[in-house]
Design a binder for this molecule. Structure first.
Ligand code: SF4
Length: 227
Protein backbone atom coordinates (compact mmCIF):
# COMPACT_ATOMS: atom_id res chain seq x y z
CA UNK A 1 0.00 0.00 0.00
CA UNK A 2 1.38 3.48 -0.83
CA UNK A 3 2.54 5.63 2.06
CA UNK A 4 -0.11 8.08 3.23
CA UNK A 5 -2.89 5.53 2.94
CA UNK A 6 -4.78 3.58 5.53
CA UNK A 7 -6.66 0.32 5.15
CA UNK A 8 -10.41 0.70 5.68
CA UNK A 9 -12.73 -2.21 5.03
CA UNK A 10 -9.94 -3.95 3.15
CA UNK A 11 -9.57 -1.09 0.66
CA UNK A 12 -6.81 1.54 0.38
CA UNK A 13 -7.92 5.09 1.10
CA UNK A 14 -6.10 8.38 1.33
CA UNK A 15 -5.22 8.92 4.95
CA UNK A 16 -7.58 11.64 6.16
CA UNK A 17 -5.85 12.33 9.47
CA UNK A 18 -5.99 16.07 10.11
CA UNK A 19 -2.59 17.60 10.78
CA UNK A 20 -2.00 20.56 13.03
CA UNK A 21 -1.06 22.68 10.01
CA UNK A 22 -4.32 21.81 8.18
CA UNK A 23 -6.40 22.76 11.21
CA UNK A 24 -4.85 26.21 11.18
CA UNK A 25 -5.18 26.98 7.48
CA UNK A 26 -8.65 26.18 6.12
CA UNK A 27 -9.59 28.69 3.41
CA UNK A 28 -12.41 28.64 0.91
CA UNK A 29 -10.35 28.11 -2.21
CA UNK A 30 -7.11 26.40 -1.21
CA UNK A 31 -8.56 23.68 0.99
CA UNK A 32 -11.57 21.45 0.59
CA UNK A 33 -13.30 19.06 3.01
CA UNK A 34 -12.47 15.55 1.83
CA UNK A 35 -14.46 12.53 2.92
CA UNK A 36 -12.31 10.09 0.97
CA UNK A 37 -9.98 9.95 -2.01
CA UNK A 38 -9.00 6.77 -3.78
CA UNK A 39 -7.87 5.27 -7.04
CA UNK A 40 -10.33 2.86 -8.58
CA UNK A 41 -12.40 2.11 -11.67
CA UNK A 42 -15.23 4.49 -12.58
CA UNK A 43 -18.17 2.14 -12.23
CA UNK A 44 -21.04 4.08 -13.78
CA UNK A 45 -22.00 6.57 -16.44
CA UNK A 46 -20.39 7.35 -19.77
CA UNK A 47 -16.85 6.70 -18.50
CA UNK A 48 -17.59 3.36 -16.82
CA UNK A 49 -14.69 0.94 -16.87
CA UNK A 50 -11.92 3.56 -16.87
CA UNK A 51 -9.31 4.01 -14.17
CA UNK A 52 -10.01 7.12 -12.13
CA UNK A 53 -8.85 8.97 -9.04
CA UNK A 54 -11.97 9.82 -7.02
CA UNK A 55 -12.12 12.77 -4.67
CA UNK A 56 -15.29 12.71 -2.58
CA UNK A 57 -15.92 16.11 -1.01
CA UNK A 58 -17.96 16.62 2.13
CA UNK A 59 -21.15 18.65 2.10
CA UNK A 60 -24.60 18.09 0.60
CA UNK A 61 -27.98 19.65 1.32
CA UNK A 62 -30.02 17.95 -1.42
CA UNK A 63 -31.45 15.35 0.95
CA UNK A 64 -32.17 12.27 -1.19
CA UNK A 65 -33.83 9.75 1.13
CA UNK A 66 -32.13 6.84 -0.66
CA UNK A 67 -28.66 8.44 -0.56
CA UNK A 68 -25.95 5.83 0.03
CA UNK A 69 -23.35 8.37 1.23
CA UNK A 70 -25.31 10.22 3.92
CA UNK A 71 -22.10 10.48 5.95
CA UNK A 72 -20.93 12.99 3.31
CA UNK A 73 -23.68 15.51 4.08
CA UNK A 74 -21.98 17.41 6.91
CA UNK A 75 -19.00 19.23 5.38
CA UNK A 76 -17.66 20.02 8.84
CA UNK A 77 -17.32 16.32 9.59
CA UNK A 78 -14.54 16.00 7.03
CA UNK A 79 -11.01 17.35 7.34
CA UNK A 80 -9.76 20.11 5.05
CA UNK A 81 -7.07 19.11 2.56
CA UNK A 82 -5.02 21.48 0.48
CA UNK A 83 -5.24 21.40 -3.31
CA UNK A 84 -1.53 20.55 -3.39
CA UNK A 85 -2.08 17.52 -1.18
CA UNK A 86 -4.91 16.23 -3.34
CA UNK A 87 -3.04 16.66 -6.63
CA UNK A 88 0.16 15.19 -5.21
CA UNK A 89 -1.69 12.08 -4.01
CA UNK A 90 -3.53 11.73 -7.31
CA UNK A 91 -0.22 11.86 -9.18
CA UNK A 92 1.04 8.77 -7.33
CA UNK A 93 -1.21 6.66 -9.59
CA UNK A 94 -0.87 6.18 -13.35
CA UNK A 95 -4.44 7.14 -14.29
CA UNK A 96 -5.04 10.72 -15.39
CA UNK A 97 -8.80 10.97 -15.00
CA UNK A 98 -9.97 12.67 -11.81
CA UNK A 99 -13.60 12.38 -10.72
CA UNK A 100 -14.85 14.95 -8.23
CA UNK A 101 -17.94 13.76 -6.42
CA UNK A 102 -19.68 14.08 -3.08
CA UNK A 103 -21.77 14.97 -1.40
CA UNK A 104 -22.62 17.81 -3.71
CA UNK A 105 -19.17 18.98 -4.83
CA UNK A 106 -20.41 22.28 -6.27
CA UNK A 107 -21.22 23.50 -2.78
CA UNK A 108 -17.54 24.49 -3.01
CA UNK A 109 -15.73 26.76 -5.44
CA UNK A 110 -13.74 24.23 -7.46
CA UNK A 111 -11.79 26.66 -9.65
CA UNK A 112 -8.44 26.19 -7.92
CA UNK A 113 -8.77 22.42 -7.71
CA UNK A 114 -9.64 21.89 -11.37
CA UNK A 115 -6.98 24.34 -12.56
CA UNK A 116 -4.36 22.45 -10.57
CA UNK A 117 -5.57 19.04 -11.75
CA UNK A 118 -5.57 20.07 -15.39
CA UNK A 119 -2.15 21.66 -15.04
CA UNK A 120 -0.92 18.31 -13.68
CA UNK A 121 -2.34 16.53 -16.73
CA UNK A 122 -5.65 15.25 -15.40
CA UNK A 123 -8.96 15.08 -17.21
CA UNK A 124 -11.42 16.69 -14.80
CA UNK A 125 -14.81 15.00 -14.42
CA UNK A 126 -17.56 15.90 -11.98
CA UNK A 127 -20.75 14.28 -10.75
CA UNK A 128 -23.26 16.86 -9.58
CA UNK A 129 -26.95 17.29 -8.86
CA UNK A 130 -26.72 20.68 -10.62
CA UNK A 131 -28.25 22.52 -7.71
CA UNK A 132 -25.37 24.99 -7.41
CA UNK A 133 -23.72 27.23 -10.00
CA UNK A 134 -20.89 25.49 -11.84
CA UNK A 135 -17.40 26.60 -10.80
CA UNK A 136 -14.20 25.10 -12.13
CA UNK A 137 -12.89 23.98 -15.50
CA UNK A 138 -14.41 20.65 -16.51
CA UNK A 139 -13.67 18.14 -19.22
CA UNK A 140 -16.80 16.15 -18.39
CA UNK A 141 -19.87 17.12 -16.40
CA UNK A 142 -22.25 14.39 -15.30
CA UNK A 143 -25.52 16.05 -14.31
CA UNK A 144 -27.56 13.82 -12.05
CA UNK A 145 -30.67 15.80 -11.02
CA UNK A 146 -32.65 14.89 -7.95
CA UNK A 147 -36.35 15.43 -7.22
CA UNK A 148 -35.56 16.90 -3.85
CA UNK A 149 -34.03 20.18 -5.11
CA UNK A 150 -34.37 22.11 -8.38
CA UNK A 151 -31.26 22.33 -10.55
CA UNK A 152 -29.64 25.67 -11.29
CA UNK A 153 -30.30 26.69 -14.91
CA UNK A 154 -26.55 27.11 -15.36
CA UNK A 155 -26.09 23.35 -15.69
CA UNK A 156 -28.10 22.60 -18.85
CA UNK A 157 -25.72 23.99 -21.46
CA UNK A 158 -22.70 22.59 -19.63
CA UNK A 159 -23.79 19.00 -19.00
CA UNK A 160 -22.06 16.32 -21.09
CA UNK A 161 -24.09 13.53 -19.55
CA UNK A 162 -27.50 13.33 -17.91
CA UNK A 163 -27.70 10.44 -15.48
CA UNK A 164 -31.03 9.90 -13.78
CA UNK A 165 -31.48 7.43 -10.94
CA UNK A 166 -34.63 5.37 -11.42
CA UNK A 167 -36.20 4.63 -8.06
CA UNK A 168 -39.82 4.42 -9.15
CA UNK A 169 -41.96 4.68 -12.29
CA UNK A 170 -42.38 8.45 -12.13
CA UNK A 171 -38.61 8.87 -12.53
CA UNK A 172 -38.88 8.13 -16.27
CA UNK A 173 -41.00 11.25 -16.80
CA UNK A 174 -38.70 13.17 -14.46
CA UNK A 175 -35.74 12.14 -16.65
CA UNK A 176 -37.49 13.17 -19.86
CA UNK A 177 -38.33 16.59 -18.42
CA UNK A 178 -34.68 17.64 -18.65
CA UNK A 179 -33.95 16.63 -22.22
CA UNK A 180 -35.42 19.68 -23.96
CA UNK A 181 -33.02 21.98 -22.11
CA UNK A 182 -29.85 19.97 -22.73
CA UNK A 183 -27.38 20.13 -25.61
CA UNK A 184 -28.26 17.73 -28.44
CA UNK A 185 -25.00 15.85 -27.90
CA UNK A 186 -25.59 15.31 -24.17
CA UNK A 187 -25.49 11.59 -23.33
CA UNK A 188 -28.69 10.32 -21.68
CA UNK A 189 -28.43 7.56 -19.09
CA UNK A 190 -30.88 5.79 -16.81
CA UNK A 191 -29.51 4.01 -13.76
CA UNK A 192 -31.49 1.83 -11.36
CA UNK A 193 -31.26 2.80 -7.72
CA UNK A 194 -29.27 -0.07 -6.22
CA UNK A 195 -31.87 -1.31 -3.73
CA UNK A 196 -34.65 -1.17 -6.35
CA UNK A 197 -32.66 -2.74 -9.16
CA UNK A 198 -34.56 -6.05 -9.32
CA UNK A 199 -37.83 -4.16 -9.78
CA UNK A 200 -36.69 -1.26 -11.94
CA UNK A 201 -34.04 -2.74 -14.24
CA UNK A 202 -36.53 -4.72 -16.39
CA UNK A 203 -38.56 -1.51 -16.83
CA UNK A 204 -35.41 0.42 -17.78
CA UNK A 205 -34.54 -2.26 -20.34
CA UNK A 206 -37.98 -1.92 -21.93
CA UNK A 207 -37.77 1.88 -21.82
CA UNK A 208 -34.38 2.05 -23.53
CA UNK A 209 -35.47 -0.42 -26.21
CA UNK A 210 -38.44 1.85 -26.93
CA UNK A 211 -36.47 5.11 -26.54
CA UNK A 212 -33.02 4.36 -27.94
CA UNK A 213 -31.50 7.76 -27.34
CA UNK A 214 -31.26 6.63 -23.73
CA UNK A 215 -28.65 4.20 -22.43
CA UNK A 216 -28.47 2.04 -19.31
CA UNK A 217 -25.92 2.83 -16.62
CA UNK A 218 -25.22 0.20 -13.97
CA UNK A 219 -23.19 0.60 -10.81
CA UNK A 220 -20.62 -1.89 -12.02
CA UNK A 221 -18.20 -1.09 -9.18
CA UNK A 222 -20.74 -2.65 -6.82
CA UNK A 223 -20.80 -5.84 -8.86
CA UNK A 224 -16.98 -5.78 -8.89
CA UNK A 225 -16.98 -5.08 -5.14
CA UNK A 226 -14.57 -2.18 -5.47
CA UNK A 227 -15.03 1.34 -4.06
S1 SF4 B 1 -27.23 14.64 -4.10
FE1 SF4 B 1 -25.98 12.79 -3.92
S2 SF4 B 1 -24.87 13.01 -1.95
FE2 SF4 B 1 -26.55 14.51 -1.94
S3 SF4 B 1 -28.24 13.45 -0.90
FE3 SF4 B 1 -28.53 13.10 -3.11
S4 SF4 B 1 -27.47 11.15 -3.55
FE4 SF4 B 1 -26.74 11.88 -1.51
Amino acid sequence: MPSGYVQLSGKPYLCLMRTEQQQQQPTATTTLPVMEAFYTIQGEGAHAGKAAYFIRLGGCDVGCHWCDVKESWDANAHPPFTIDQLVTEALTYPGRMAVITGGEPLMHDLTVLTDALQLAGFQTNIETSGVYIVTGSWDWICFSPKKFKQPNGDIYAKADELKVIIYNQSDFAFAESFVVNLRPDCRLLLQPEWSKSDEMLPRIVDYVKANPRWQISLQTHKFMQIP
